[in-house]
Design a protein around this ligand. Structure first.
Ligand code: 5GP
Ligand code: ZN
Length: 120
């Protein structure tokens, strides 16, 4: 897949994918990049992003839905790779009211200690 024209210049996560901002890589394939969150909220906190700029799940289209699906498949592979066999939680924020602070679609993988039933 060519990434030409798929990035947005002022986007932090596009810069991370391009290697312009350093990150701790966990997983990478043709469509997906995953790295450790800089401010972890759980013992395991990984961000999984598509290698093209899309603001959030609110912007999924017929054209990019297949690649967004590949991000979900990558999450399963990352959970195996990182041995998250006791369980993991996946969260994605879409929009300001949901708490989204970086406007490049990303899924948080959270794991490593017992979670409660709050949020969700
Ligand atoms: P949001 O609140 O948009 O769902 O999540 C954004 C996440 O990106 C936050 O958990 C924040 O800690 C993380 N983050 C923001 N900037 C950087 C960065 O430059 N590097 C890394 N590794 N994570 C970042
Ligand atoms: Zn981006």
């Amino acid at each position: 897949m060519s990434n030409i024209g798929k990035f947005q210049d002022d986007c932090i996560f596009c810069k991370i994918i391009k290697g312009e901002i350093p990150s701790t890589k966990v997983y990478e394939d043709e469509t997906v990049y995953a790295f450790r969150d800089i401010n972890p909220q759980m013992p395991v906190h990984i961000l999984v992003v598509p290698k093209f700029h899309i603001r959030s799940l609110a912007e999924v289209t017929e054209d990019n839905a297949g690649d967004v699906g590949k991000v979900l498949f990558a999450i399963k592979k990352i959970a195996e790779q990182e041995k998250l066999d006791k369980g993991f939680r996946v969260i994605t924020n879409a929009g300001k009211e949901a708490g989204q602070t970086v406007d490049h679609l990303h899924f948080h993988i959270l794991a490593g200690r017992q979670m409660g039933e709050g949020l969700v």
